[in-house]
Design a protein around this ligand. Structure first.
Ligand SMILES: *Cc1c(COP(=O)(O)O)cnc(C)c1O
Length: 225
């Protein structure tokens, strides 16, 4: 991360590390916390809830929700998470705003943008993003921080770079429209250097920290639509 930041002429501190522990139990997360890591990402509400309970003694551990979020699961996320990276519907944002406890600071949110155009991908189109961003920014109890993307799985660096650049360009456009955004959540284990060169401020890293995921290690509960 530091090398990529340096190569891009950016200070190393301008990029934050989100440790993605999905499918791993609480112990390796606790271990990483012991080395100073504070921000941890989870994809499934059931896993988030379980690990938040198991690690409740680590008071300043910060949970980031980075998976698809159904409306029947928003309450748990609103109560546990400090961040949601994967907002792509106003209805979900409204529920999170209504359910965020007054005793907690506003929930930080990013809008997920489908930068690859793959039909199977979550996220709004780049064209839809501005309307959703302005609507979310107007909601109470939420703080719109920026944009997030998952590019298409490809080894083609030029395609990846172009998709990260699409997100960065969109962010600048929204900033020009008056939205105070400071977060670009993009880049994972395999492509974090490219993402940092294109302006990532949070990289979401699982495999490179925890090792490869064994299918079936911790099965997420099925999520109903
Ligand atoms: C699993 C996951 C990651 C981490 O991916 P790695 O390739 O293991 O680093 C990052 N972001 C999201 C949204 C994920 O689901």
């Amino acid at each position: 991360m530091a090398q990529a930041a340096q190569a891009a002429g950016r200070p190393a501190e301008s990029v934050g590390l989100l440790a993605v522990g999905k499918t791993f139990p609480a112990e390796p997360i606790r271990e990483l916390y012991g080395h100073g890591q504070r921000a941890f990402g989870e994809n499934y509400v059931q896993e988030l809830t379980t690990k938040a309970q198991q690690l409740a003694d680590l008071g300043d551990l910060e949970w980031h929700f980075i998976g698809p979020l159904q409306s029947n699961k928003t309450r748990q996320v609103a109560q546990i998470a400090a961040w949601v990276h994967t907002l792509d519907r106003l209805r979900i944002a409204e529920r999170l705003a209504a359910q965020r406890p007054d005793t907690l600071p506003p929930l930080n949110v990013c809008i997920q943008v489908n930068v690859s155009g793959e039909a199977s991908k979550s996220g709004v189109t780049p064209e839809e993003a501005p309307a959703l961003a302005h609507a979310v920014a107007a909601l109470p109890r939420l703080r719109l921080r920026g944009l997030m993307c998952i590019p298409e799985p490809t080894g083609d660096d030029e395609r990846l770079r172009a998709q990260f650049a699409t997100l960065a360009t969109l962010q600048r456009r929204l900033q020009d429209q008056g939205l105070a955004l400071d977060t670009l959540s993009m880049g994972m284990s395999a492509d974090l250097d490219l993402a940092i060169r294109e302006g990532a401020t949070i990289v979401r890293v699982g495999t490179a920290l925890f090792g490869s995921r064994t299918p079936g290690a911790v099965q997420p509960a099925p999520q109903s639509p």
